[in-house]
Ligand binder design. Sequence first.
Ligand code: OOG
Ligand code: NI
Length: 463
Amino acid sequence: MTDHVTSSDIRSAFSTAMSAMYRAEVPAYGTLMDLVARVNDEALSANKALAERLQATDNLHRISEERHGAIRLGKAEELAMMSRVFAVMGMYPVGYYDLSTAGVPVHSTAFRPVGEAALKKNPFRVFTSLLRLDLVADEALREEARKILAQRQIFTDGAVALTEKAELEGGLNPADADRFVLEVLETFRWHDNAIVDVNMYHRLHDAHRLIADVVSFRGPHINHLTPRTLDIDKVQALMPEYGIAPKAVVEGPPTRLCPVLLRQTSFKAMEEAVAFKDGQGGWRTGSHTARFGEIEQRGIALTPKGRALYDKLLDESRKVVRPAADGSNAQAYEAALSRTFAAFPDDWAAIRKEGLGYFSYSLTENALRSATTTTDIDDLIAQGAIQFDPIVYEDFLPVSAAGIFQSNLGDGAQQEFVASPNQQRFEADLGAKVLNEFDHYAGIEKASLDECLAKLSHRPAAQ
Ligand code: OOG
Ligand code: NI
């Protein structure tokens, strides 16, 4: 077969279909998309230099296309199959996130494209969590939950068959790719009829709201879909005007001239009507909160050294002020965060010089005219032959993710679990190792440098 659709095209089609489905299911998501589009347009008109660099690095068009989603799976087989489904779309597991430390009984990875070209084409990613029943203390409840999960099949027969076909034949033809998108979308759809009765729902809910969310339904409904903005502070400030109530504080680093890593904010999960089994063959109406909205702003990917500094500063600032869910100390938190982060350089040249972030290097117009013979990057930059642009952070942050989870679990839902990261177990359930995100960014940086030096050595002037 030679007429295969590329995995990036399947991913793009899937991301678009998912967005349309979520817009229809959660109207506030549509409102948020409109707000983000407006703020991004304004940010680009106000900052011509940013617009120009995004254009030059071929990253401008992806901004409005860009989003991530999240799902929570119930058992190992679901994670393993999901991994195969995502692979058809060119999405691979990157990073391991242990959320048990934050009182959430899951561990997670992010499925996303990894190659530079694939990311430019469409960076759609899905934060994927696996429920950890081993963290549930009540043994009887744990067993019942396991039995309920054992019986469910979250993939359609068509999705499984097409995934197998893609694996066997190395891809899908256009008609199969279209069908694949529709079949896989079914797994992410919201179902307003639960697979448990109201008693079981409450028992699960009492153990942890998240357990009820995973175990009570036919599938792992997409719980949010997050567009990327170029100015999150503005979106946060404008949300009330659009009838949306944001969470108390923006997660991640403070407002800076040079954005680092990831800043996120969300609006609370909606209360939705759900029909529960009444135990007598009928249904009883109740409610459940699961689906919410989130926005994010992405900055530069940090090196291990930069990340260590980020973690240290975040930790320091949270020791001074811990953000309360009700927003009562939001201003004090933001002030403490800015103060602490004054220790993190806020210009690209300093971030590069100190080895805190990853950059993509390219030749300037000057380069081909200059007669320089040096291969020293700092010298080449000083001579104006090489320029550098920040590489965007494509991953997630465990403390932020915990904050997002918590803001949707309601106050009083804070629960303690023994911290017990178990990456080995996660990878065994996944059926693969997760990729290390630092290696990936370092690879992109090195490839850009190698390309610059190769081009320089082939200049007519250098021969
Ligand atoms: C996932 C929360 C994590 C993020 O952006 O950090 C997340 C969830 O609530 O299932 O999506
Ligand atoms: Ni998210």
